[in-house]
Write a protein that binds this ligand. Structure first.
Ligand code: ADP
Ligand code: MG
Length: 289
């Protein structure tokens, strides 16, 4: 399988300049430290890490919003340091950010979704097709003529995803897209990106703080202090409860309950990730009451 994202010793430093005693001082902040990570085309990868670990900096590299300080990053085979490929890269990988209000540019939903393809200079007929397709892919057909300002946070995020889809990307990077949403809005967004991955083959890179959103991913990557510290399937990563906690991360609630039951000597599998698996495990127990 070809790689959508490939990095080789990717390192990124922010330079922060401030004034001290009348002099400008420049301080370097190491945000990514020698990252070697491949994301296969068509896969769904969840990226975890506590605040300040480097997740957003990594996400911005995928869209070439920032360039490596050292090392190399290829998106769909294009080296992001090469200016010549900037549009190919931006078209290959679209981004959805945390705050839906910052991503909406037009006053009517369908105009907002058309904004990206219009900027690419695409023919009006083709734009119309893409806008309709993208809006129905996120289940917002009845809101085509609505004003985005009147929509809920979850609906706005679905419009932001439609705007990215209208550019026909191969990959979508979502940087904490559900952080500002209510449970219903969160579920809609996760269902949509899961379907886009499974049915349309889009590569999904999901940065999130909600552990239950990572259970359906093919792979989880944990970043800590600019380093990749854990990597594997959700079952391999999420069941390492103590290690996850050492990086300031939770595990799904049922995984933690299973872990605590095992500690108390109850014979329950260690790798429970969903409520359904928990129910199955409890039913298999020969409970002595
Ligand atoms: P995360 O998304 O995991 O919270 P970030 O990628 O935003 O992490 O930040 C990684 C590190 O880089 C942190 O130490 C953060 O303070 C620093 N950082 C992020 N953005 C900037 C910036 N614009 N200028 C200086 N330092 C930054
Ligand atoms: Mg962030």
């Amino acid at each position: 399988m070809a790689d959508m994202v490939k990095t080789e010793n990717l390192t990124y430093e922010y330079k922060v300049t401030y004034e001290r005693n009348g002099k400008n001082v420049t301080k370097k902040v190491l945000a990514l430290n020698n990252i070697n990570l491949n994301i296969e085309k068509g896969s769904f990868v969840a990226v975890l890490g506590h605040n300040g670990s480097g997740k957003s900096t990594f996400a911005k590299h995928i869209n070439a919003l920032v360039k490596p300080t050292s090392g190399t990053l290829w998106i769909n085979g294009y080296d992001t340091k090469n200016e010549e490929f900037i549009w190919d890269i931006r078209q290959s990988a679209g981004m959805v950010f945390q705050n839906p209000d910052n991503q909406i540019v037009a006053t009517i939903v369908e105009e907002d979704v058309a904004f990206g393809p219009e900027n690419l200079g695409i023919e009006p007929e083709e734009i119309r097709k893409r806008v309709d397709g993208a809006i129905s892919a996120v289940g917002m057909e009845q809101f085509k003529k609505s004003m985005p300002a009147k929509l809920s946070g979850g609906q706005k995020q679905r419009i932001a995803i439609a705007g990215v889809l209208a550019m026909k990307p191969e990959c979508i990077v979502l940087d904490e897209p559900t952080a500002m949403l209510d449970p219903e809005g969160r579920k809609d967004v996760i269902d949509i990106i899961t379907r886009l991955n499974k049915e349309e083959g889009l590569t999904i890179v999901l940065i999130t703080h909600y552990m239950d959103e990572t259970v359906g991913a093919d792979r989880i990557v944990v970043i800590d202090d600019g380093n990749v510290v854990m990597e594997g399937t959700p079952r391999q990563v999420l069941v390492q409860v103590d290690k996850m906690k050492s990086y300031g991360l939770d595990v799904p609630q049922v995984t933690e309950i299973a872990y605590n039951l095992r500690k108390k000597g109850i014979d329950i599998p260690a790798d429970i990730l969903t409520p359904e698996e928990m129910v199955g495990a409890i039913c298999r127990l020969k409970l002595k009451i």
